[in-house]
Ligand binder design. Structure first.
Ligand SMILES: NC(=O)c1ccc[n+]([C@@H]2O[C@H](COP(=O)([O-])OP(=O)(O)OC[C@H]3O[C@@H](n4cnc5c(N)ncnc54)[C@H](OP(=O)(O)O)[C@@H]3O)[C@@H](O)[C@H]2O)c1
Length: 290
């Protein structure tokens, strides 16, 4: 086996900015090979140059995709699979809040699509790579990590009658639902993929001074401007710890903040909702031809 084949590989979505970019820099600095996903052309190009410089040895590649569109998620997954034969860690970080309801060309609501449906599909498409990597390593080495949010606490339960917030739309509530979905997906994934040696964990990054607020409405921008925030490097430190240290490899379905386990809301512990969300997500993707 060559040294290159022995090098660990991570995929970090949302690597063109904020938390994802900082996480990619930390992982390449540890000698990992990292593939990033970015959306905005200018931010992606600038981040690619910065992360590649930190890697210094061709250990970073940026893939471009808009994760509100499942066709693009599938294309990105194919591109990743063509670039690597192994995948040790998948960090589903891309996402954020929107200032208004945006219904995509595929008919999905953008907040739900980017924060939940895209990571669900990406993880499913990359499962062959993840299971192959897991089979070759000790259990718990292969990890899928979701960047969720305390915003999930705003939601008492998912509304399966309007999972995507296509009806009455409030940006913050749509975001809270999508981030609750991230934790429920993580718990169900942990249950399903655990037997293959793959762990799935979720985390909350804190209030972070990134480009996050720029995509939100005036109220969110004012809230974030007044809030005490941390640098993206702080949650990136926790994500790197979850990706590389033994604590992140403990049996999955856990939720972390600042390198410590926390208890998410009661709604995030609803196993029946987690199972139903999985089935509804599959149905929705099938309708989209994915
Ligand atoms: N900042 C906070 O206070 C905070 C709090 C709780 C949770 N979070 C979560 O942390 C994660 C990272 O956010 P951040 O704070 O680092 O914000 P950020 O600086 O705006 O970075 C978000 C990243 O996600 C990418 N992204 C967003 N929507 C996308 C889409 N539709 N398709 C593809 N890529 C997309 C962005 O791509 P482009 O820049 O190329 O468009 C960017 O790389 C998000 O999931 C966010 O919800 C953030």
């Amino acid at each position: 086996m060559t040294i290159e084949a022995e090098r660990r590989v991570a995929l970090v979505t949302g690597a063109s900015s904020g938390i994802g970019k900082s996480t990619a820099i930390k992982l390449v600095a540890r000698g990992w090979r990292v593939i990033g996903v970015g959306r905005d052309p200018r931010r992606s190009a600038a981040a690619e140059a910065e992360i590649a410089a930190a890697a210094g040895d061709g250990g970073f590649t940026m893939v471009r995709a808009d994760f509100t569109l499942m066709a693009e998620v599938k294309r990105a997954a194919d591109e990743v699979a063509s670039r690597t034969g192994r995948l040790d860690v998948l960090i589903n970080n891309a996402g954020g809040v929107r200032d208004r309801q945006i219904v995509t060309a595929e008919g999905t609501e953008a907040t739900f699509a980017a924060n939940h449906l895209a990571p669900f599909l990406l993880t499913r498409e990359l499962m062959p790579l993840l299971t192959a990597s897991a089979a070759a390593q000790p259990p718990g080495t292969t990890r899928v990590i979701a960047v969720s949010s305390t915003a999930h606490r705003m939601i008492d339960a998912l509304d399966f009658g309007d999972l995507q917030s296509l009806g009455g739309f409030q940006p913050a509530l749509a975001y809270g639902r999508a981030k609750l979905a991230s934790i429920l997906f993580t718990r169900e994934l942990a249950r399903r993929a655990g037997p293959y040696g793959i762990v799935a964990q979720a985390m909350h990054p804190g209030r972070v001074a990134s480009n996050f607020a720029a995509h939100g409405d005036e109220g969110l921008r004012a809230y974030m401007a007044a809030a005490e925030t941390v640098s993206p490097d702080e949650p990136a430190e926790t994500l790197t710890w979850l990706a590389t240290e033994p604590q992140g490899g403990r049996p999955g379905g856990r939720y972390f903040y600042q390198k410590a386990e926390e208890t998410p809301s009661p709604a995030a512990h609803d196993d029946a909702a987690a199972s139903r969300l999985w089935a509804e997500s599959e149905t929705l993707l099938a309708k989209l031809g994915c």
